[in-house]
Write a protein that binds this ligand. Structure first.
Ligand code: HEC
Ligand code: HEC
Ligand code: HEC
Ligand code: HEC
Ligand code: HEC
Ligand code: HEC
Length: 487
């Protein structure tokens, strides 16, 4: 199969990449433009409307704008942001707010149902919805909720209440115990256990221009009694808007000349930076390098480097975990970036797939909007996204987008399989001998020894992604390749 693929590939791949590189060798962005991206001010999407009506229209109806929305606490007109059926059934649901964590298996829950009118923000519209309410960090009567499966599912014990002394570290928009689906009567029966606030944990991936320095200062001031509350969001826009991908627009909007003062992601010549335009949010980070409580790339602007902002979710070679299968396939949402990065190890350093950005196949402006032939792609069908390079092999290669076919299912306590993501969501562009979507072989597993660790002890070796080796080498950690470096 590889032979016939390669012959079809040569012509098509060249055509596409000539387009992507703009047939030019000059470095883009220029130092002047890079400086604008790094230090410029955000203007908001309304400032682009008069000159870029088409882009604005496509973007405005896209999924990037429905992400986080206001709730009824800001006015009755925002009630409609909550799914119809959830509004109807609100009083019957377990609308308790998560307050804090007691230990890894126990959360504190406010022992009072939150009325719908008190919901400050709603996150999600397409697949699922979660709700937030402001918590001031003060004392409360609480229940306990516990998990027996590492946080996948949670149960409230309403038979006892406790007095919680309060914790100013938890102040912010906190989540309710509910995770609801758009379909009438359908919700995630596992419930929800995130005890950190929206600002502390996730905000940067769902908005534009979260100012982490301002937030950190506000939190410090609040804890020191110099600030009344933590209701402010410190964002340039509540949605994922133009400037998330194009960088701040002040210079472009204000200067007369419209040339070379705003970023066009398609022209970026550094492969890594070009990919990161989308991957700054379409990734699953283990932890932010700017806050041990955060899982987003807070403060990221286009052209910044991933490793200055976050650490990737951890692989578990040969063992698997909730996020990653034994061979490195991503198992949860927004992990396509890591799937694609593995291509460098699978196919070698010149892999075409490893160098592609999400927007080489997906639509950047209208994603998920109405009237589209395909909800998220530039092409009308998945097949058309492959055909220019894979020709008649397209239907065959498209099978890799289902990471579950042919693999034994995984579940809590049984992560050690090659089972990946369902449907069309796997993005490891590699087929193994049985026609299944597959990551890397045992002889390609990579490891780093813990500082001061014993190279003979399995527990002292941390599984790392192949592209992280350089970073660990720089830190002076011993690295190794292979199935069992401890032997
Ligand atoms: C007053 C009109 C005006 C406004 C306001 C404006 N633009 Fe532009 N924009 C232009 C023109 C004209 C060009 C084409 C410049 C050229 O000749 O290359 C352009 C080009 C661009 C490009 C392509 C740049 C390139 O190098 O390929 C992007 C991206 C862009 N604008 C984004 C934005 C965003 C985002 C905003 C809002 C923050 C915005 N524009 C506001 C007029 C405007
Ligand atoms: C690293 C970036 C990132 C972080 C951190 C993050 N998200 Fe997301 N989230 C995304 C992306 C990207 C999607 C789109 C899912 C996909 O890949 O299909 C998404 C999807 C969602 C959805 C479903 C949206 C819909 O319309 O159905 C909800 C709800 C959500 N996230 C809530 C949260 C909450 C709550 C947190 C924090 C506890 C969080 N996210 C943290 C990037 C992130
Ligand atoms: C999710 C990221 C993202 C968002 C949000 C976004 N853009 Fe873009 N935009 C891109 C990318 C990527 C390209 C280049 C795509 C390509 O040419 O393949 C682009 C291209 C453009 C261009 C150049 C079009 C051309 O003809 O080459 C303009 C102008 C533009 N965007 C304006 C806007 C405006 C205005 C908004 C907000 C209303 C916006 N964009 C929102 C990612 C985004
Ligand atoms: C600032 C963060 C951010 C950036 C930058 C970003 N996205 Fe997203 N994207 C999201 C979030 C959050 C969602 C979930 C929206 C929802 O479903 O409510 C999403 C949804 C999507 C979806 C739909 C996923 C699904 O399962 O429905 C696609 C496709 C997508 N984005 C492509 C892109 C592309 C292409 C780029 C770069 C040009 C990009 N995104 C840049 C945050 C971002
Ligand atoms: C080589 C082309 C290609 C590239 C590059 C690519 N994708 Fe995809 N992606 C696809 C195809 C094809 C589908 C299937 C779409 C369908 O079935 O309608 C898909 C589906 C998805 C879906 C599921 C959408 C849905 O409607 O269920 C998400 C989310 C997604 N891709 C995110 C990404 C992200 C994030 C990146 C960049 C890290 C990326 N993709 C890069 C081709 C690509
Ligand atoms: C820009 C050209 C291009 C596009 C578009 C493209 N591919 Fe590829 N594909 C390649 C190249 C080149 C290779 C060889 C490995 C590499 O360079 O990464 C490859 C390899 C593969 C392989 C591995 C084949 C094997 O036998 O090991 C699969 C599977 C695959 N692509 C699937 C897809 C799918 C699915 C799509 C469409 C969603 C797609 N490709 C779109 C260029 C492309």
């Amino acid at each position: 199969m590889r032979k016939s693929l390669t012959s079809v590939l040569a012509v098509g791949a060249l055509m596409v990449w000539a387009g992507a590189a703009q047939a030019s060798t000059a470095v883009y962005p220029s130092p002047e433009l890079a400086q604008i991206v790094k230090t410029g001010k955000y203007m908001g999407p309304d400032s682009c409307l008069e000159c870029h009506e088409d882009e604005h229209k496509a973007w405005h109806a896209s999924r990037h704008t429905v992400k986080a929305t206001k709730g009824p606490a800001f006015g009755k007109e925002f009630e409609k942001n909550i799914y119809d059926w959830v509004r109807r059934d609100w009083d019957k649901l377990d609308t308790y707010m998560i307050v804090d964590t007691k230990d890894a298996k126990t959360n504190y829950m406010a022992a009072r149902k939150v009325p719908m009118a008190e919901i400050d923000y709603v996150v999600g519209q397409v697949y699922k919805q979660r709700y937030m309410k402001y918590y001031d960090g003060g004392p409360l009567e609480v229940y306990e909720a516990t998990t027996a499966d590492g946080g996948i599912s949670w149960k409230i014990d309403k038979s006892k209440t406790f007095q919680f002394a309060g914790n100013k570290d938890r102040a912010g928009y906190n989540f309710l115990y509910l995770e609801m689906n758009p379909k009438d009567g359908q919700f995630n029966k596992n419930n929800y256990g995130e005890w950190r606030s929206w600002q502390e944990r996730c905000i940067a991936c769902h908005v534009t221009g979260f100012d982490r320095t301002a937030w950190d200062q506000a939190k410090a001031d609040f804890k020191a009694g110099k600030r009344g509350d933590l209701r402010e969001l410190f964002v340039a826009d509540l949605r994922v808007s133009c400037e998330s991908c194009h960088g701040p627009g002040e210079a472009h909007v204000k200067q007369k000349s419209k040339k070379n003062n705003i970023l066009n992601p398609a022209k970026i010549t550094d492969v890594e930076a070009r990919k990161m335009v989308c991957e700054q949010c379409h990734t699953r980070a283990q932890v932010s390098t700017h806050s041990s409580l955060a899982q987003d790339l807070r403060g990221y602007r286009p052209m910044d480097k991933y490793e200055d902002f976050a650490v990737y979710t951890r692989p578990a070679w040969g063992k698997g975990n909730r996020q990653v299968s034994i061979d490195g396939k991503g198992r949860r949402d927004h992990q396509q970036d890591m799937d694609m990065r593995l291509s460098t190890t699978i196919q070698g350093p010149h892999s075409t797939h490893a160098a592609m950005a999400c927007f080489d196949c997906h639509d950047q402006h209208g994603v998920g909007g109405p009237g589209r032939k395909n909800a998220t792609l530039k092409a009308a069908t998945p097949r058309e996204s492959c055909v220019k390079c894979h020709g008649a092999q397209s239907d065959a290669v498209l099978k890799v987008m289902n990471g579950r076919t042919g693999w034994e299912p995984s579940s809590f306590g049984k992560w050690g399989t090659g089972y990946g993501r369902q449907g069309n969501k796997q993005h490891i562009f590699n087929i193994e001998q049985h026609g299944r979507s597959f990551g890397i072989n045992v002889d390609q597993y990579q490891w780093a020894l813990k500082k001061g660790g014993d190279a003979k002890k399995e527990a002292d070796w941390e599984a790392i992604w192949p592209w992280e080796k350089e970073r660990f080498d720089k830190q002076g950690r011993m690295t190794a390749v292979g199935a069992t470096p401890w032997q």
